[in-house]
Ligand binder design. Structure first.
Ligand code: SAH
Length: 252
C-alpha cells in the first residue's frame, strides 16, 4: 500500500503519550497498536516500573513491534513528554465538568491530518485512574471514544488502537482500505458476458423456464443481477458450463 510518508505526514508528526501506565503489557500492546497503523513515536511518563519498556511482559505484548518499544522514551513529567509538541489531545473515558472542548476521534484525526503545522500528541491515562485533571486542563481538546454508556472504559491499548486507526484512515482515505483483500480473478469482458447471457438464455428456453414467445423481463432481470457482481472470467465460464450441461441433458 502506498502511503505518503513525507516529514509533514501525520505518521511522522504524531506522538503517543502514556501517563503513569501500570502494566508493562499494556505498553507493549500500545506499541503494537501504533505500529500496525504506521505510527512510531511513543513516550511514557513515569510508568509504575522504571524498566517497564524492557520487561518481558511488554516485549511479549509488543510482538512484532519491539522496535517501537525499543525506541520509546521515558519522561519524568508531562511537560517533558510534550516537548516539541504544539497541540495535545487528552483521551478520557469520562467527560468532566471542566475540560477543554470535547472532540470526536474522527473529527480530531481529520484535523490532525489536514494541518501539517501541527505537532500533536495524544495523551492517555493510567489504567485505573485515567488522566488527572491537571493534565486534561493542559490539553487543547478532550477526546472521548463514543462507547457503551454503561461501560465506556476501553483497555488502554485498545483506546490507542482506535485513535491510531482513525488517524491512519484520515491520512490515507480510501487507500487505507485496499479493495484487493482476498482472491480476485480477472474481470470478464462485456463480449464474454454477452456470450454467456446468450448461452444461458438458450438453456432456459430448452428447459421451458423461459418462453421465447413470451419472455417477459426474465433476461433483463438476470442481466441486472449479474451486472451488480463484477463477473470474473472464471465465473462466466462456470455459468456457460451450466448452460452447456443443461442443453446436453435436454438433447438426450
Ligand atoms: N478508569 C479510567 C479509565 C482508564 S482506561 C477512567 O475512568 O478514566 C485507560 C485510558 O484509556 C484512559 O485514561 C483513556 O486515556 C483511554 N480510554 C479508555 N476508554 C476511553 C474512551 N471511551 N474514550 C477515550 N479514552 C479512553
Amino acid at each position: 500500500m502506498n502511503m505518503p510518508e513525507t516529514s509533514t505526514s501525520l505518521f511522522n508528526r504524531l506522538r503517543f503519550v502514556l501517563v503513569e501506565t501500570s502494566r508493562p503489557g499494556n505498553i507493549g500492546a500500545v506499541a503494537r497498536a501504533m505500529k500496525t497503523m504506521g505510527f512510531s513515536d511513543l513516550v511514557v511518563v513515569n510508568p509504575r516500573f522504571p524498566d517497564a519498556l524492557m520487561q518481558d511482559e511488554a516485549i511479549a505484548f509488543a510482538s512484532g513491534a519491539q522496535d517501537i518499544l525499543a525506541s520509546a522514551r521515558i519522561a519524568g513529567s508531562i511537560d517533558e513528554a510534550l516537548d516539541g509538541c504544539n497541540f495535545a489531545a487528552a483521551l478520557s473515558a469520562r467527560l468532566r465538568e471542566f475540560s477543554p472542548p470535547v472532540v470526536a476521534p474522527r473529527t480530531l484525526a481529520g484535523q490532525l491530518a489536514a494541518d501539517p503545522g501541527l505537532r500533536p500528541a495524544l495523551v492517555f491515562g493510567n489504567e485505573r485512574f485515567g488522566l488527572p485533571n491537571e493534565i486534561v486542563e493542559k490539553c487543547n481538546v478532550l477526546i472521548n471514544i463514543p462507547a457503551n454508556p454503561e461501560y465506556s472504559s476501553l483497555n488502554l491499548a485498545q483506546a490507542v488502537q482506535v485513535l491510531a486507526y482513525e488517524c491512519r484512515v484520515a491520512c490515507a482515505g480510501d487507500a487505507a482500505a485496499p479493495g484487493g483483500i482476498g482472491f480476485q480473478g480477472e474481470l470478464a469482458g462485456l463480449a464474454q458476458i454477452d456470450g454467456m447471457y446468450g448461452h444461458l438464455e438458450q438453456a432456459l428456453v430448452a428447459i421451458e423456464f423461459l418462453d421465447a414467445n413470451n419472455p417477459k423481463k426474465l433476461m433483463p432481470r438476470i442481466k441486472r443481477l449479474f451486472s451488480r457482481t463484477q463477473l470474473e472470467i472464471e465465473e462466466v465460464n462456470i455459468l456457460r458450463g451450466i448452460a452447456k450441461q443443461i442443453l446436453q441433458k435436454i438433447k438426450r
